[in-house]
Design a protein around this ligand. Sequence first.
Ligand code: ASP
Length: 401
Amino acid sequence: MIKVAKFGGTSLASADEFRLVAAILKDGDIKVTVASAGGKKGSNGKITDLLLSAYGRIVSGDDLTVALKDFYNRITELIYGLKVNSDIEDLRKTIECGFKKEPTLDFLLSRGEYVYSLVLSEYLGKKFVDAAEIMKFDEDGKFNLEISKFLIRRTYSENGEFITGGFYGSLPDGKIKVFERGGSDYTGAVIAAALGAEYENYTDVNGMYSFDPHIISSARRIDEISFEQARIMSEFGAGVIHPDSVLPLIGTDLPIHIKNTFEPLCGGTVLREKCEKEVFGCAIGQNFTYAKLIGINRGDKIFGELNDLNLVVSSVSKDGVIAIFKGDADRIKNLRYADKFIVCPQVYLLYLTVGKHSEKVADKIKSEIYTRYFCLNDSGYFIAFDSENKPSVIEILKTNM
Ligand code: ASP
């Protein structure tokens, strides 16, 4: 089976990491490679952050070349380190001419992925494809999955193997548009879906863990997890992969394999649409709002309005409704009965995957701390609690990993 590989920023932070990537790409099954912009290393920050602050300086009047000095320095260092033929002066001119024609934040941000994928293609002697040619948005700014898949297939059948940048594409008028931060993961998934390829997503950790290993060192690597569970864990801050990355692969039977560039032989984590294995995984998200409204009847229009809230979970009983949504309590203001809701802002929400072990842990939490909300659905357990209970929840998780 052919593969699409995506490398995150830390996997492309400097010439040293490019060499590790080159070793991985000796795998002849990898036909398309998606590159992020360079990530953090030592005192060097993320390229995309650097471009973001450069844009701020340009808008407030700084000279373009001066504002982009740190970006050019980083690239110059990379080019020298790799001994590739790219000419920094040519790159500078292309970027600045491009920006003068299209002076947008999206254009400037996308230049990180553009340059890093270009340099990677030169280093490896492989064909470069500008992501603007294959990742297409509609006029209204919505990503057009079908057209993009068609263009990816056509590009692959005409050229064979290629390297492209993640995170951006183009609008019908040719202007550049970027995805959300972390969006290169999504680019990789779209290309894998288009080509019917296995998707290898290379990052700087060994995969998804049962909990954030920086907080609970005994957390275990998850071998296999379903798309839905991985998506919720990612949304709750288990930041290994962008939550939307699973979407293009639904219904395709294709897996996502999260792997570590720095330890490529480690098994990683495989995400599948359906995972038969019982998985124990949990994540705690913050900045949720809990809202309760009692004494309304089921036919009330309020139930439809709740869907505008960015709901994570909700429950409806004969005497009312409970809704938990991402973000602050302000959103309630626009709803009918706004002043009748009992609202608790800033609650924490714990997510536990479905399974015997999760059930045990969920019961323990419920019996030992005051929880505002407890719900089990097909995706897992959702438990809302106030901030002062966080240490106790962590303690229970720690002793039950
Ligand atoms: N470079 C972009 C970011 O830092 C996109 C990505 O890495 O996926 O968010």
